[in-house]
Design a protein around this ligand. Sequence first.
Ligand code: ASP
Length: 345
Amino acid sequence: MTKKPKILLVYTGGTIGMVKDYNTNALKAFDFSQITNKIPELQQLNCAITTVSFEEPIDSSNMNTKYYVMIAEMIAKNYEDFDGFVVLTGSDTMSYVSSAISFMFENLQKPVIFTGSQLPIGDLRTDAKENLITSIQIAASTENDEPVVKEVGLYFEYKLYRANRTTKINAEQFEAFASMNYPPLAESGVHLLFNKHLLLEPDKKQNKIIFRKKLVDDIVVLKLFPGITKKVVETIVNIPNLRGIILETYGSGNAPTEKWFVKLLENAIEKGIYIVNVTQCAGGSVILGLYETSSELKRIGIINGKDITTETAIVKMMYLLGENLTKEEFKHYFETPLRGEISLN
Ligand code: ASP
C-alpha cells in the first residue's frame, strides 16, 4: 500500500478562517487547528493534513514583504517532510503574495496551492469548503509517484490557475480571480481535470530547491491617465531611494509622446531607476514600437513587461532588485519567463 500524501495547511488569515460573532455581527478569526471540526469532510480525504497558522491571522490587506518571507519560511522549513502545501490567505492580495512565493522558490518540485474564500467557512452558503477540499486534493495529486503540480497555483471557484498569472477581478462573485493571458491549469467538474501540457516541468537535473528571501520594496506603480501632470510624474521619479517603477501604460504599451514626459523617464533611467512597461488592459501584451506612442519608450531603454500582470511585475521587480544584477542582466531576466509568468511569443 502506498503512503498517504502529507499536506501542510498554512493559515495566514482572511475570510476563509473567520466566523461570525452573532452578538456583534462582525467577522472574527477562529482557532484554525480546529479546522476539521468545521469541515469534518477533510477526514475523508486520502491524505494526512497538518495545520500551521500565523499566531495572529491577518486580513490580506495588511500583507507585506515580511509576511511573504514568513510564509515562504514555513514552506522551506517543512519542504522535505511534506508532499504538498496549501496556503490560505485573504483573496484581496492573494495574487501578489502567491506570485511572490513563486519567485522566492527556484526549482520547486512540489505543489504550493493558494486558496481562500469570499464567504467565511461557517456560512451556510460558503465557497470555502469546495475551495479548500479541492486545493488539498490538487496538492495531494500524484502520477507515477510524482506530484502532478510542481509550481505555485491559485485555486478558486473550480479553477486552478498559475498564481503569477492571476488578478482579483470581483469582490462579489465567487469567481473572484481571472487569468487573462494563460488558461487554467486544472478545472474541477465531475472530475478534476489537469491541463497537463500547461503545467511547469522543473528541470530535473537541477533538483535542489533554492529559497530566496531578499526582496527590495523601494518601488512604485505609476498608472497613466489622460491629463496626468508634469508635477505628479516629476514627484514620483524623484522619490528618494526609488529603485524601480512599474509604468501602467495604455493598450499595447502606449504613453504620451510629450517631451517633458519622455525626458523625465529618460533621466530616471539614466539615474539607474528601472522602469517596466505593463499594460493597464486586463488581457493582452505590451508590444513596444507597435505605435509611435511607444517607440520613444523603447528608445530610452524601458523594460518590456510583455503580458505580465501588474501584481507579478511588482513582485518580480522586488525579487530581481535583491539579486545584484547588472542593468543588462536585470532587463534580460525581467523580459524572460522565470516561472511561467510571461508568454514566450
Ligand atoms: N479582506 C479579506 C482579505 O483579503 C477578503 C478575503 O479574505 O477574501 O483578507
